[in-house]
Structure formats: structure tokens, C-alpha cells
Write a protein that binds this ligand. Structure first.
Ligand code: NCD
Length: 445
């Protein structure tokens, strides 16, 4: 194990070159899946799955067994001490102590894998945390797309369906933006990509976000207008002033998602959406611009891709699932320190960190800091902007704009949008959502 453990909790935890290097390792593993049974001999993988899974858990377990390691597994909250009230932190300490050498976790709270990574001594992999991220599905998606198209940069990828709750879409959108692909967002109405996900694409990777004309995409959307996310090319802007929305006349891949029923407030609101949810099949893909399109889906499919699509050579969703084994083998071997990728770790943006047990909390009710870990995790944020203050939760990426900033010693308050607040040294700042929260903590008059 390397001196500093590497976790894979977010797509951000691997650099672009590392991802491309993993593809090469996966290619080698894939030539003969049975030839690697001494690679991780003696290592143990723990799969902790507190939400349903077929492919992700089984492909991880298969990957570890093919590498010659062993697997221990807890697959239902009810069957573990979580049902007795044990915290994720304590589970992480124990399983990530002497029981296992690497942990793969799936949990319904957003940011749960970050908590486990903080408390486990061994590498932790996020296999889906609520509606937040699913970065190993993204490895399968990128790997498959790369094999099909020979590159990622410059591709036009259309993301369709429930973009709001699909964690696979959030990790994939961030990754594609990083690799300078373009995104065409065609959500089911009301299930648009969350603002914080889109904002992050714009802010962290400098993408341009405009509207584009996608024409009639019968079956996917009646709306001709889509959100179009393209890598920022400064010279283009200075040369052209777009008066009309650009037309998308070529699609490299459509990434279809199912309605994430389990993330809705009630069953009634989920089934209301289900009746008019789009369905994709060869009939919708007759135009010339779809000739080279690959149809992708993280699976499980419900009704959003018709069965007659399966025989169409453009369908690659079962290939995505199949390639999950070699790419997860490569990831496990890398995180266990058995292989060296010869590529640099991701460069982190040096955003200042803020954490405080009083005052500001993440506003996302599904964030792990408002649920399971409320009792023991101190809220932690990246400071994205000083004035007006804007912070991003380290656990779930939720953004919050505190209205009031206090001085830790004088206890004086300033408006979050006033320049004086930025003059308080970051280590002395205490952020609050509003005056009432500040006063309750003993700040202000
Ligand atoms: C996805 C998930 O769990 O988010 N499934 C998977 O891991 N392949 C997608 C989904 O459930 O819709």
C-alpha cells in the first residue's frame, strides 16, 4: 500500500492521464481475464452495499476474485449493525482497520463515501452515494466510449432522461467536461441537471453553457431547445457572435437514464412522471445525424430503451456492463498499490477550506452531514467566492450562499455580500445563513 492512501470517492480523485492509463491496464487484463490471479493475492475487498445493486457489486467482487484476492460482503443495512444504530464512521473504522484492504461502499446518503474514506485506514471506493456521484460507473462509461470512438475530446454526448437524480450522469458530465467533450442536455421536463452540477462544469472546467437547437428529437423531447455545454475556446468567442442557437447536427453518443423512482418524495409523484417518460429505440434514430451514434445506459433499463434496440449495432449498453470487470480490476490493483500508472495524480484547485461546528450547515437535506453523520461530522466547505460569499459542501457538492459573516473573536457581523467580510482572515471567519442563526450562536448585537 502506498504511504498516502488513495480513495476514489469522486471522479475528481483520478486525473485524466490516470484514467487513460487505467484503460491501458484494463485492455491488458481483458485479453485474458483468467491470467491475473496472483496480482492481488492475499488482499481482501469489503463490499458494503446499503442500497440495491447487481452489476456494480458483482463486477467488483468478480474483479477482486479474478485478481486472486478475497471478498467479504455486507449487502443489506438490516443485516449489519447499522440496523442497531451503528454509525458509518464506526463501521469504517472496523472494516477499514484489520478486516479488509479496500472498501467499496454504496449508500443512500450523499457524501457517505467521503465519511467512510475519512475514517477507514484503507482505500475507499464510492459505488454510488444517493443522487450525488457514481464515479466507477463513469470509468465503465468512458472506457467503453473511448474504445468505440478512439477519443473523448471533441465528442458530442447527449444526456437524456432523469438528469436530476442520476448519479451516473453527474460524475459522467463532470468527467466529459474535463476531457473536453461537449454535452447536449435533454432532460425529462422537471428533471434537469441540478444547478450545482452545471455550475461546477462552468466554474471548474471553464465550459461554455448556451442553448442549442437539437431539432425534433421525437421520443426523447418535444422541445427543440437543449442546454449545450462546450469546452471554452476563447478565440471562438472573439471571432463569432452567436445570434442564433447553434445546431447540433451530429451526436456521438446518447446516454439514456431511467427514472430514478427511489429518489422521489412520494411514489405518487414518481408514477406521475413514469407515464410520459421518454422511450428510445431504432425508430427515433433514423436521421443521418444518428448514423454513428452509440446508445449508452448504465443499466438497469426499465422502459426507456425498447428491446428492439438491443440488436442494433449502435447499442453498447451491455458492453458498458461487460467492461466493468477489467476496468474495476485495474482500479483495484491501482488503489491497492500493486500497479503504478506512471501518470500524475490530479492537480487540485487550491480552494480554501472552511469548517465550523457552529453556524452554517449544508442546505441539502440528503447530505450525509444532515443525516447519518449529523452527530459526529463537522460541516466542511470549499470557499468558492469571497464576496458575495459562496461555499461548496465537501461531502455532497451542494452550494450555499451565507448571508452573514462573523468575526470569531470580536463576534461582529458583516453582510456576506459586503467587502468588509472578505477582510476578515479566513481562519477567523464564521459563516451564517442569516442573522437569526448568527444571534443564536452569540454573534452580533
Ligand atoms: C446505476 C446506479 O446505481 O446509479 N446503476 C449502476 O450502478 N449501473 C444506474 C441506475 O440505477 O439507474
Amino acid at each position: 500500500m502506498p504511504a498516502l492512501k488513495r480513495d476514489y470517492v469522486s471522479i475528481d480523485d483520478l486525473g485524466n492521464e490516470e484514467i487513460l492509463a487505467l484503460f491501458k491496464v484494463a485492455d491488458r487484463y481483458n485479453e485474458d481475464l483468467k491470467a491475473w490471479s496472483s496480482t492481488c493475492a492475499g488482499s481482501i475487498l469489503a463490499t458494503l452495499f446499503f442500497e440495491p445493486s447487481t452489476r456494480t457489486r458483482l463486477s467488483f467482487e468478480s474483479a477482486m476474485l479474478r485478481l486472486g484476492g478475497g471478498v467479504i460482503s455486507a449487502t443489506e443495512g438490516n443485516a449489519t449493525s447499522a440496523a442497531k444504530g451503528e454509525s458509518l464512521a464506526d463501521t469504517a473504522r472496523v472494516v477499514g482497520g484489520r478486516y479488509a484492504d479496500i472498501i467499496v461502499l454504496r449508500h443512500s446518503d450523499e457524501g457517505a463515501a467521503r465519511i467512510v474514506a475519512n475514517y477507514a485506514q484503507v482505500p475507499v471506493v464510492n459505488a454510488g452515494d444517493g443522487a450525488h456521484e457514481h464515479p466507477t460507473q463513469t470509468l465503465c462509461d468512458l472506457y467503453t466510449l473511448y474504445k468505440e470512438k478512439g477519443r473523448l475530446d471533441g465528442l458530442e454526448v447527449l444526456l437524456a432522461g432523469d438528469l436530476k437524480h442520476s448519479r451516473t450522469v453527474h460524475s459522467l458530465a463532470w468527467a466529459l467536461a474535463r476531457f473536453e467533450a461537449s454535452l447536449v442536455l435533454v432532460p425529462f421536463p422537471g428533471l434537469e441537471l441540478p444547478d450545482n452540477v452545471l455550475e461546477r462544469i462552468r466554474r471548474d472546467w471553464g465550459a461554455d453553457v448556451t442553448r442549442a437547437d437539437v431539432g425534433a428529437l421525437s421520443g426523447l423531447s418535444q422541445d427543440k431547445d437543449a442546454v449545450y455545454v462546450t469546452p471554452h475556446k476563447p478565440h471562438q468567442q472573439s471571432l463569432f457572435t452567436a445570434i442564433t442557437a447553434p445546431q447540433v447536427d451530429h451526436i456521438d453518443a446518447i446516454y439514456m437514464t431511467r427514472l430514478q423512482k427511489e429518489r422521489f418524495e412520494s411514489e405518487a409523484s414518481a408514477s406521475e412522471n413514469a407515464s410520459s417518460y421518454p422511450k428510445l429505440g431504432p425508430k427515433q434514430l433514423k436521421e443521418a445525424r444518428f448514423r454513428e451514434t452509440r446508445v449508452m445506459h448504465p443499466l438497469p433499463r426499465v422502459d426507456e430503451i425498447s428491446y428492439d434496440m438491443d440488436l442494433d449495432p449502435r447499442a453498447i449498453y451491455f458492453r458498458q456492463a461487460e467492461l466493468g470487470v477489467p476496468i474495476r480490476m485495474a482500479l483495484l490493483a491501482f488503489l491497492l498499490g500493486v500497479i503504478d500508472l506512471g501518470a500524475p495524480a490530479p492537480r487540485r484547485k487550491n480552494l480554501p477550506l472552511y469548517s465550523s461546528a457552529v453556524g452554517l450547515r449544508c442546505e441539502n437535506v440528503r447530505c450525509v452531514t444532515n443525516r447519518e453523520a449529523r452527530k459526529y461530522a463537522v460541516p466542511e466547505f470549499h470557499i468558492l467566492r469571497d464576496v458575495p460569499a459562496l461555499l461548496r459542501c465537501v461531502y455532497c457538492d451542494g452550494e450555499v450562499e451565507p448571508k452573514v459573516v462573523g468575526h470569531a473573536e470580536s463576534r461582529r457581523l458583516h453582510r456576506g455580500n459586503a467587502a468588509e467580510s472578505s477582510r476578515i482572515r479566513p481562519e477567523r471567519r464564521v459563516y451564517f445563513v442569516d442573522d437569526a442563526q448568527a444571534q443564536a450562536a452569540g454573534f452580533g448585537g
